[in-house]
Write a protein that binds this ligand. Structure first.
Ligand code: PT1
Length: 280
């Protein structure tokens, strides 16, 4: 039976509202470079960033403490919690669902207990104990595909058929999560752009996100904002990828993506509003 909503903790998003995907705004909590003890400065920055995203029309706020860009080293659990918890407490009643970008079950448990609505796991809930944590809540889930681990994933990504392999992986993870008793309306899937994929893999996936979403019959989240793949297509450095990223969000929308994960909320929401007006 066709799924009509995405269930995400305290929130429930209808999925049949025409072509416009939900906009997930990226809130990176970076270490505080201005002070070494208290982290008031970075908390303050994070909260004003969130406030701006809300004013700009964000639908979901995705909070991350650990960078998972290619080459990034893992972050200690204690430090990830130290960055995330004050932000979750401060934003829990901001009126928008809070998604936590983490693959660590202990971080999932603590942030869900503090009021988070969604867990966005680049590791696809493969960490020991991750499924048990989300099963005990009603949070939304994003199941992402990644080949390898962030530190080395871009060294030599290889696929015989990237669309098939990513789809097969996502289907397997969906089946495991359903068998564990997690309700289907809580699930979303993500091909994981840039996570163990070269530019040809990324381009092939970009052309096929509609196909992946239809074969898995689940809401699809696309995260391409400012990534290397946008640089590959435009020849632009990280600071000049806004237009390319907005273009990518529209391509995702055109193929029926349910959620786009972006840095530039205002520009993306504007583009999607125009898109929606022309498509509906
Ligand atoms: C993503 C994603 C994410 N991306 C989800 N979560 C990042 N669900 C973090 C590059 O090639 O796409 N989906 N959480 C950020 N990771 C990357 C990866 C950033 C690759 C940059 C690149 O430039």
């Amino acid at each position: 039976m066709k799924q009509h909503y995405f269930h995400c903790g305290r929130y429930r998003f209808p999925l049949d509202r025409g072509p416009r995907p939900l906009v997930m705004g990226i809130l990176n909590i970076t270490p505080d470079s201005f002070s070494d003890g208290g982290s008031f400065h970075s908390l303050d920055l994070a909260l004003s960033h969130a406030e701006q995203m809300i004013a700009d029309g964000v639908d979901i706020i995705d909070i991350g403490g650990e960078s998972t860009r290619p080459g990034s080293p893992p972050l200690a659990l204690e430090e990830e919690l130290r960055r995330l918890m004050p932000v979750v407490y401060a934003l829990r009643d901001c009126g928008k669902p809070l998604s936590i970008d983490t693959y660590k079950p202990a971080v999932m448990r603590e942030t869900l207990a503090a009021g988070a609505d969604m867990i966005n796991d680049i590791f696809g809930f493969r960490s020991d104990g991750a499924i048990d944590v989300v099963r005990d809540s009603d949070c939304g889930l994003c199941i992402m595909h990644m080949q390898g681990v962030p530190q080395t994933m871009q060294e030599e990504p290889q696929y015989a058929d990237v669309v098939q392999e990513v789809s097969d992986f996502l289907r397997q993870r969906v089946d495991v999560l359903l068998e564990a008793g997690i309700e289907r309306p809580r699930l979303s899937i993500d091909p994981g752009f840039g996570f163990g994929k070269n530019s040809e893999h990324n381009r092939t996936l970009l052309k096929n996100i509609g196909h992946i979403a239809r074969t898995l019959d689940l809401p699809l989240l696309a995260g391409m904002s400012r990534k290397r793949m946008i640089g590959d297509l435009t020849g632009r450095g990280i600071e000049n990828r806004l237009a390319g990223s907005v273009g990518a969000a529209l391509v995702a929308a055109a193929q029926g993506a349910a959620i786009v994960r972006v840095h530039d909320v205002a520009a993306t929401v504007d583009a999607l509003r125009v898109w929606q007006a022309g498509m509906s």
